[in-house]
Design a protein around this ligand. Structure first.
Ligand code: HEM
Length: 139
């Protein structure tokens, strides 16, 4: 059985990472996580591409450049709860569509990508909505 990297190739993984951050820039539903990122997405696009390359069975580019594959640490400064994880996964699914990934590849990635997203999540509950009638306004 081929690895996702063998299916996509180096260029395909790069296209996926670019399509991912393009989706983050374009989709109104993911404004929340877009706001956590720098204005210029060039660096993080490259980092995601490097990370996914190794994760999908290709050369360990992220490990070689960053000295680790641990993603918990770089995500610590951000409050990532269930909605943020959903938004991230939405971008990932849009990116897979954009690069016309096969159903086989989508199926291969579906559970494993959800597992990393769950590992990166560092807040288990949703934030209380301002509009929630059970919240007593403090202002
Ligand atoms: C679960 C929801 C997630 C949120 C809200 C999120 C958000 C972020 C943010 C705000 C950054 C910093 C960007 C910047 O410097 O401008 C970042 C970096 C990064 N994210 Fe995520 N992320 C999530 C999940 C993931 C997942 C599942 C992966 C991998 C498959 C991933 C891979 C990366 C990588 C490789 C970096 C760069 C880390 C570094 O600085 O070395 N993220 N993410």
């Amino acid at each position: 059985m081929k690895t996702p990297y063998e299916i996509l190739g180096a260029e395909g993984v790069q296209q996926l990472a670019c399509a991912f951050y393009d989706a983050m820039d374009e989709l109104p539903e993911v404004r929340g996580i877009r706001a956590m990122h720098a204005q210029d997405l060039t660096d993080v696009k490259q980092k995601l591409s490097d990370y996914l390359t190794g994760w999908m069975g290709g050369p360990s580019l992220y490990q070689a450049k960053q000295g680790t594959v641990c993603l918990t640490e770089p995500h610590k400064p951000y409050s990532i709860g269930p909605e943020e994880t959903e938004q991230w996964l939405l971008c990932f699914n849009k990116a897979l569509e954009k690069i016309a990934a096969s159903d086989e590849l989508k199926q291969m990635l579906e559970q494993p990508i959800k597992r990393i997203a769950a590992a990166v999540q560092n807040r288990q509950h949703a934030l209380a909505s301002k509009d929630d009638p059970n919240i007593i306004a403090s202002c």
